[in-house]
Design a protein around this ligand. Structure first.
Ligand code: ATP
Ligand code: MG
Length: 388
């Protein structure tokens, strides 16, 4: 028997939660005046190499990369931001730094070790906002994420950090590298490599031993320039005013290379070790890095599969069950079905059944109203009706 590939899943049992989540998250995003964007699943490999970063785990180890029949080096998208940035530039919005607020959802592909909460094909819901440099846009985006999670009554912890900017980060990096050089022998192999390739990423290491060593590491939030510091304070003040609880996590750096200033992550304690449900932040240099005009931007991505166990939807009865008890009633029932489906959810049982069989099935399908037509009803041109 042919089975789905390892780490890839059919969405069947949770499909109602899945569609419900996308509908609701889209609705909340549209309330924030974000518009839908869809970009291709396949992009040139160099788009991800240059945006997500050569030294990131995603590009280093996890890409579904291949040469297509035309000899092009292509890659199934491991995340959504790179493609959206490419689209922003390809449609020349960067030329005028046109503000654009977009949301998207769809499958992402990463060749990771499959485990609970970690798939090779998974789905994200994300937003990106281009053209707004102010920290108030970061606040807007965090508020949007929290509203989506709140609409499903999901419990979360919001972690925030500031990664500084091109003014303050280089000095911090020097301090960090000399600290890491001293600790080098006690760090894991990956981290030893990261000291040279991308020292900031060491802070994010999942290895417990590394995390212990890092407790005395210099903190980026103590080394911010005046501007970054002011923004980080504003961010915190506004979150307090909005009653959005948060924790400052100075080790939060996120797994992609392109972030600066605000970085954030929503985590849940209810879904096991893979606890990150939403990650995001500001990426003011990415458009420029991909040869566009400099345009500031901020966004987030949620992992839908990780959220589904936390999504509660009320399973209320709704819809109509339409059944026949005699073959002669079929035409009349079909005409009714045609009429009702204009604006109702209707299940039309096309087999002739006894009343209690119809009722049982309507109950099983969780429908609310039953409409049956038998001999008498056919004569009177009426329907027998019952609410479940
Ligand atoms: P993690 O630290 O858990 O690997 P990440 O930093 O790689 O997460 P992002 O690239 O920021 O994750 O992606 C945003 C969200 O997508 C994550 O917070 C998570 O909910 C989800 N996600 C990431 N990788 C996977 C995966 N392999 N399977 C399922 N969901 C994932
Ligand atoms: Mg990851």
């Amino acid at each position: 028997m042919i089975k789905a590939l390892r780490g890839m899943k059919d969405i069947i049992e949770d499909s109602d939660k899945f569609t419900h989540f996308i509908k609701k998250a889209s609705e909340v995003s549209e309330n924030f005046c974000f518009e839908y964007i869809e970009t291709p699943l396949l992009e040139e490999t160099r788009l991800f190499k240059r945006s997500v970063g050569e030294s990131s785990d995603i590009v280093n180890k996890e890409m579904y990369q291949f040469t297509d029949k035309g000899g092009n080096d292509v890659c199934l998208r491991p995340e959504g931001t790179a493609g959206v940035v490419r689209a922003y530039m390809e449609h020349k919005f960067d030329k005028m730094a046109t503000p654009k607020q977009w949301y998207y959802y769809g499958p992402m592909f990463r060749y990771e070790r499959p485990q609970k909460g970690r798939l090779r094909e998974f789905h994200q819901f994300g937003v990106e906002s281009f053209g707004e440099a102010s920290v108030y846009e970061d606040i807007k985006v965090i508020l949007l994420a929290s509203k989506i999670l709140d609409s499903f009554k999901i419990n979360y912890t919001l972690k925030i950090n500031s990664l500084g900017c091109s003014e303050c980060r280089p000095t911090y990096m020097k301090d960090l590298v000399s600290f890491l050089e001293e600790k080098k022998d006690n760090l894991c192999e990956d981290c030893q490599r990261r000291i040279i390739q991308n020292p900031l990423r060491v802070l994010d290491c999942k290895n417990e031993n590394c995390q212990n060593e890092l407790q005395t590491a210099p903190k980026i939030t103590h080394n911010l320039c005046e501007n970054c510091n002011k923004d980080f304070e504003k961010l915190q003040n506004e979150l307090k005013k909005l009653n959005i609880e948060y924790e400052v996590d100075t080790n939060l750096v996120r797994g992609l290379d392109y972030y600066n200033k605000t970085a954030f992550e929503f985590v849940s304690t209810e879904i096991g070790a893979q606890s990150a449900i939403c990650g995001g932040g500001r990426y003011d240099k990415l458009v420029e890095m991909l040869d566009g005009k400099p345009v500031p931007a901020v966004g987030f991505a949620m992992g839908i599969e990780r959220l589904l166990p936390l999504v509660n939807i009320e399973n209320q009865r709704n819809g109509i069950y339409l059944g026949i008890m005699t073959e002669d009633a079929r035409d009349m029932a079909l005409a009714k079905f045609n009429e009702l489906t204009k604006d109702n959810k209707v299940y039309f049982e096309n087999r002739v059944r006894k009343l209690n069989q119809h009722l049982k099935k309507a109950d099983k399908l969780n429908l609310k109203k039953v409409m049956i037509i038998g001999e008498d009803e056919l004569k009177n041109e009426t329907f027998w009706e019952k609410e479940l």
